[in-house]
Design a protein around this ligand. Structure first.
Ligand SMILES: [Zn+2]
Ligand SMILES: [Zn+2]
Length: 304
């Protein structure tokens, strides 16, 4: 809720005219409580969990010829009813855990200083803060994820997320309720260190989930804009983590590749990549121009 009754009052307080974006924000948020604005995340997450995986499903069913060559594990086919079952499980967890978690976590958001006030942050401020949030979350998530791969963590909690050895977009948030709670902490650390505007916070929660859906999509599409982000892991990177499965000691990072590189947990993946390159080069010299997915090149042996 904004402490101004009119645009003129807001302009007088800022000492300048509102920008078009600030006028929009004023008109939308002036009479809404900060708690209500924060809870918009529930709607955003519901839409993201439903629509973005559907985009990949749509491509799979209606543009099979175009996206087929970019499927990471083409041998694995998932039926529509299995996909629907995954979505239902995610939605059950969404209404039982994710939504309520959003409802009760507002005091911590207020405490760390996420603001709804004017002026709005500049585009640069938003981009820099999102960069910090992604880096902090990636680093913390790396270690929590690595801990979840110890015997106890895996058997009791993380095994659920690994039920899909060839993940799909709908399976990105598919996890044990305890994992959803634990991995919620890294999401708050960045905003706690560099508090920003509510709009930045909305964008952070939305982009992080869209990124997770992309990395679980099962498709390494060449036209995705994330290809231009330095040190970005992407679908092939995380798909390998699921492909190797429960024994995986590789590719723990959620977003970038540098943690696995620094701590030496990408050796299996890099070895696999090297083998694939050699196989592809061999096929090229034989005149065959094909993309080699990571589930066909090591005679069924997973490398970790
Ligand atoms: Zn894992
Ligand atoms: Zn995963």
């Amino acid at each position: 809720m904004l402490p101004y009754a009119t645009v003129q009052e807001a302009e007088a307080a800022l000492g300048r005219s509102l920008t078009a974006a600030e006028t929009l924000w004023f008109n939308y948020s002036a009479t809404k409580s900060d708690y209500f604005l924060y809870c918009h995340n529930i709607i955003f997450l519901f839409l993201i969990f439903s629509l973005f995986p559907f985009y990949y499903l749509f491509l799979e069913y209606f543009f099979k010829g175009s996206v087929g060559p970019y499927k990471i594990q083409p041998k694995v086919k998932m039926s529509f009813s299995d996909t629907l079952r995954c979505y239902k499980s995610v939605m059950r967890m969404f209404f039982l855990v994710v939504g309520p978690l959003q409802l009760v976590s507002y005091p911590s958001v207020k405490m760390i200083g996420v603001r709804t006030s004017l002026p709005l942050p500049s585009l640069w401020e938003i981009v820099l803060q999102l960069g910090v949030y992604f880096i902090v979350e990636d680093y913390t998530n790396y270690w929590i994820h690595r801990f979840l791969h110890c015997k106890w963590g895996y058997e009791k909690i993380h095994k659920v997320h690994h039920e899909y050895t060839a993940p799909i977009g709908f399976a990105a948030p598919y996890a044990h309720w305890a994992e959803i709670l634990i991995l919620g902490i890294p999401s708050f650390l960045g905003p706690a260190m560099v508090p920003g505007h509510m709009i930045t916070f909305w964008m952070w929660i939305a982009l992080r989930q869209i990124e997770a859906i992309e990395t679980h999509s099962g498709y390494d599409l060449p036209w995705t804009p994330t290809k231009y982000i330095p040190f970005y892991g992407g679908p092939d990177y995380h798909d390998y983590h699921h492909y190797v499965g429960g024994q995986s000691q590789s590719n723990f990072a959620s977003v970038f590749t540098y943690c696995d590189y620094i701590y030496g947990t990408d050796k299996g993946y890099r070895y696999q990549k090297k083998v694939l390159e050699q196989l592809r080069d061999g096929l090229k010299t034989n005149g065959e121009q094909i993309r080699v997915p990571h589930d066909v090149s090591t005679q069924g042996h997973k490398v970790d």
